[in-house]
Design a protein around this ligand. Structure first.
Ligand code: 6PG
Length: 195
């Protein structure tokens, strides 16, 4: 399983921690991580650890957090890529959706979406450089879960579902991808029945 960051996953992690999952068999990876110090509130690992890993019995050797504090980020991304390639195809990759259409840490216009490696480091985006899986391992996974919540995502959800090629999330393979939206992101009540 590979998990994204942002604020939406917290409720999902809390619910997932209550499910009967054979965690001793699971490897947990990150989809992306801000290049910030250990313990910094911006780190996606903070909520992953607090809301999931602290509550389920994944063996420590099967937890693979992105090495974003390395002085050699390119080398660290290469090391993480080797872990990704050893473990892929993943069973599940979780993705969020930014209101600008980014997912993982694929900023609009950033060349990371065309990287030939499995893991890359972005330029500064929303205050941080990021280490991120590229589309290759994301699309190689057996399944993907896109979770989006809140009215701020409704417009970009519409644009994505209508195949707006300018959105980085358009690089995500649709086959094997489940989209979970809350009522606001799905504009429930504003759509025609069956629309
Ligand atoms: C990150 C996330 C990012 C997130 C989207 C949605 O590191 O910021 O991985 O891609 O999934 O920005 O974020 P919210 O869940 O906060 O809306």
């Amino acid at each position: 399983m590979a998990w994204s960051g942002g604020s939406s996953p917290v409720t999902m992690f809390d619910a997932l921690a209550e499910l009967d999952v054979p965690w001793r068999l699971v490897h947990v990876l990150q989809v992306d991580e801000r290049v910030a110090p250990d313990g910094h509130e911006a780190r996606n690992a903070m909520q992953l650890c607090e809301h999931l890993l602290a509550r389920v019995a994944v063996p420590a050797r099967q937890v693979h957090l992105m090495p974003v504090t390395s002085a050699n980020l390119a080398g660290a991304a290469g090391r993480y890529a080797r872990v990704v390639e050893r473990l892929q195809p993943f069973d599940l990759v979780h993705l969020g959706l930014g209101d600008d259409g980014h997912t993982a840490s694929w900023p609009p216009g950033d060349p990371v979406v065309d990287a030939l490696t499995s893991v890359a480091v972005t330029g500064p985006f929303a205050g941080w450089r990021r280490m991120t899986l590229t589309p290759r391992p994301v699309n190689a996974a057996r399944s993907r879960l896109v979770l989006a919540s809140g009215s701020s995502k409704a417009d970009v959800v519409d644009r994505w579902l209508l195949h707006d090629a300018s959105l980085p999330i358009e690089r995500v393979r649709r086959t094997g991808t489940t989209v979970v939206l809350d009522a606001e992101a799905a504009r429930l009540g504003q759509r025609r029945a069956g629309g």
